[in-house]
Design a protein around this ligand. Structure first.
Ligand code: HGY
Ligand code: MN
Ligand code: MN
Length: 425
């Protein structure tokens, strides 16, 4: 984790500057229409058509605002102010989040951080404000990994974690990423050109909805994030022996779905009974051939577990692998396990936390320091830059669902804290 940061925190110059809240809210409404559904949900899975449309939409909004946009080889959208508006030669500050969503997710997860970063850049540009270094807004590609199961794709590229990425990524149906990435303006053969070396950024800042209940329960407007959870995601395949539901005797069946069901209960016990990790979830299950009168052939499931302690994550993973091996023996099926995600928990940068906190205080906003139970691009970018994260409350603490919402005044307040923080770095 790259955590050294040069002196920051100039007293808040231009303290009267505020974002254009109405413009931010309007942009959020319009972006939510891309991939939007009747129930208010949004589906813009990374590198899908809807995701490409959203990226192009935001790029047009930036260009209409007189800003410059580029797409790097990883498919990340970067937005810059034209000309030279920074007083020092220090490396740039990246500010952003992601535009892609989970299936039928919410309208704010990721999108809010990207549009707030655009709003901050436009506000600075309209005011002709000088900043301590260049401020670049970024929309990371495929943070969720909902279609192409390589979550944190864009931030892994920026952080140079190319060895951890498959050389020829495919989506869940086996479709290659290469063409979809090219359509987004990226280039799978030149990912290295999109990496940022350690020390080449002064900081990375991400504004995000909390996606949990803490700020709402405490009645706080701003969250100063002190750490981001570690996360392991295992992709499991259970191979049995398909057969006729009516004629295959129960004795000697090799039913992969029965083993998968036993595994799902074992995963829940990890967090519930054995307390080996904070949370554990099986959210995706694929049964083939998925026919009511056929004993299944193969079952695929993804196991997601999280904790702030890497040692607990390793123990939980070992326990899952042991349970899987013993269930496979008992069920006389064959299993294979791939590690889809293994991200370490990270701390945010103390100086950035202090600047965020001071910015919120200057704006008269209540605040709380808290950990993030969700994963974020920031925890990957932490390899190459000091990171800071700002939260705003989630109504009812829900996210990854159509009812994901945040009060408009909180959305605007979060963007003002981001603006003020950026101006102090
Ligand atoms: O899964 C997460 O924590 C994030 O939403 N990608
Ligand atoms: Mn998410
Ligand atoms: Mn997110």
């Amino acid at each position: 984790m790259h955590n050294s940061i040069s002196a920051i925190d100039k007293p808040g110059s231009n303290t009267s500057l505020r974002v254009d809240g109405a413009r931010l809210l309007d942009r959020l409404d319009r972006l939510a229409e891309i991939g939007g559904s009747e129930d208010g949900g949004v589906t813009r899975m990374g590198f899908s058509e809807a995701d490409q449309e959203a990226r192009a939409h935001v790029a047009r909004q930036a260009a209409d605002a007189g800003l410059e946009t580029t797409v790097d080889a990883g498919g990340n959208l970067l937005i810059r102010r034209p000309g030279d508006h920074h007083s020092s030669r220090r490396p740039p500050v990246l500010v952003g989040s992601h535009l892609d969503t989970v299936a039928n997710g919410g309208r704010l997860d990721g999108a809010y951080g990207v549009l707030a970063a655009l709003e901050v850049l436009q506000t600075l540009n309209e005011a002709g404000a000088e900043t301590g270094c260049e401020i670049i807004a970024i929309a990371f590609a495929n943070e969720e990994g909902a279609l192409f199961p390589q979550p944190f794709w864009g931030s892994m590229v920026v952080a140079g974690r190319l060895d951890a990425l498959p050389t020829e990524p495919e989506d869940y149906s086996g479709k290659p990423l290469r063409d979809a990435l090219a359509r987004a303006g990226g280039d799978l053969s030149h990912l290295r050109s999109a990496t940022w070396a350690p020390g080449s950024l002064t900081a990375y800042l991400e504004l995000h909805v909390e996606q949990g209940p803490v700020l709402e329960r405490l009645g706080r407007s701003i969250g100063v994030v002190d750490s981001i959870t570690g996360r392991t995601q295992l992709s499991v395949q259970v191979h049995g022996r398909a057969g006729h539901a009516g004629t295959t005797p129960m004795e000697g069946r090799q039913d992969p779905l029965v083993v998968a069901a036993q595994l799902i209960l074992a995963v829940q016990d990890l967090a519930r009974e054995e307390k080996l990790c904070r949370v554990a979830t099986v959210g995706r299950l694929d049964v083939q051939p998925n026919s009511p009168n056929t004993v299944p052939d193969v079952v695929r499931l993804d196991i997601d577990f999280r904790d702030s302690d890497p040692a607990r994550l390793s123990t939980a993973e070992e326990t899952v692998r042991e349970a899987l091996a013993s269930l496979a023996r008992r069920g006389n099926v064959r299993v294979s396990v791939q590690t889809a995600v293994r991200t370490a928990p990270v701390q945010t940068n103390l100086r950035l936390r202090e600047v965020i906190s001071a910015s919120a205080a200057e704006l008269g906003l209540s605040q709380e320091t808290l950990p993030s139970g969700a994963g974020h691009d920031a925890q990957i970018v932490a390899d190459v830059a000091p990171i800071g994260m700002i939260f705003v409350p989630s109504i009812d603490g829900v996210s990854h669902v159509p009812s994901e919402r945040t009060a408009p005044e909180d959305l605007i307040a979060g963007a003002d804290v981001l603006l003020r923080t950026v101006m102090r770095i």
